[in-house]
Design a protein. Structure first.
Length: 315
């Protein structure tokens, strides 16, 4: 797969996730008040994370550099989205949304700004607005060549594995889990895997299997869920999705959840909590889901959704 262009398949994707009208501007999203950055879906307080001094210094410096770049070059699309992304990395999610929204005033047809705003709207629990932004971003990409999305937090080998189109489809599908639209989770994850570059296919197989399995289980389609998760073989060599791989192996029964009792990783703990729920241990599931939310300064929206609306269904 070329590092410059990935085949679009735009028409197929639009039919897949856009059963609604064409792209709307979605420009009525508030600025720094967008979504909820102070309280979780279970009413626990949300705060900006406290990082080690060296990490905080780097995050603050990156934000200041991005602010300077935006002052110097406000006519560059990337000046807007990098400031928003840098704020997001620092946990300043609603500030990031305000930056993306402001950038869309200058670049109303930017699928990139919509892609990033959508991700942060989901983090702010504004799920419907996030889904609308993803749909709009995909519509704006129709007829355009795909390209690799620059990493703000590079993996260990410094190799970007995600493209804009594959990421938009993937995160639209993931966010659909929050609204109980499990069929869209399944179809979107399958499509995002199809769009993944060849060299990154194994890396994308793992998280797409994770979310597809959960969606099938939520729909009561347990045989399909088992087939999806069991298709992930042992011994995969991955570029960056090792944590998801551990979680998948817990779902498979290849790894013992007891070996992860000291972990603070939300992806792994969420898998364990959901396995408890599927096994009928509702008290154990809710206890672990609550622990995930409370131990993370910014909560964990999948756990919050499972606690606040475990039987949710898309309208």
């Amino acid at each position: 797969m070329s590092s410059r262009v990935v085949a679009s398949g735009a028409g197929a994707i639009l039919l897949l996730i856009m059963a609604v009208a064409p792209a709307s501007a979605n420009e009525n999203v508030p600025g720094a008040d967008a979504g909820n950055c102070t309280t979780s879906l279970i009413s626990t307080p949300l705060t900006i994370p406290q990082y080690p001094p060296a990490t905080q210094k780097r995050l603050d410096e990156d934000i200041e550099i991005a602010r300077f770049a935006l002052r110097v070059a406000p006519d560059r699309e990337e000046s807007h989205f990098w400031l928003g992304r840098r704020l997001g990395y620092a946990g300043r999610v609603c500030e990031a949304i305000a930056v993306f929204s402001d950038g869309l005033k200058t670049f109303p047809d930017s699928y990139k700004l919509r892609r990033y705003r959508a991700r942060h709207l989901a983090r702010a629990r504004a799920f419907d607005a996030a889904l609308a932004d993803y749909r709009d971003a995909l519509a704006l990409m129709e007829g355009k060549a795909d390209s690799f999305e620059p990493d703000g937090l590079p993996n260990a080998v410094g190799l970007t594995i995600g493209t804009y189109r594959s990421n938009i489809v993937y995160y639209h599908a993931q966010t659909s889990f929050a609204t109980g639209d499990y069929p869209t989770v399944v179809t979107g994850m399958a499509r995002s895997l199809e769009l993944a570059p060849d060299f990154a296919r194994n890396d994308m197989r793992v998280p797409t299997a994770y979310w597809t399995y959960l969606a099938y289980r939520k729909m009561g389609q347990h045989d399909k869920a088992r087939a999806v998760i069991d298709a992930i073989e042992p011994g995969l060599k991955l570029i960056e999705n090792d944590v998801y791989y551990q979680a998948v192996q817990i779902m498979q029964g290849r790894l013992d959840p007891a070996d992860f009792e000291d972990t603070r990783d939300s992806t792994i703990k969420f898998a364990i909590a959901m396995e408890r729920r599927f096994a009928g241990d509702e008290a154990g599931a809710r206890a672990l889901l609550t622990e995930i939310v409370r131990e993370n300064p910014q909560g964990h929206w999948p756990s919050e959704a499972e606690l606040s609306q475990p039987d949710r269904k898309a309208s």
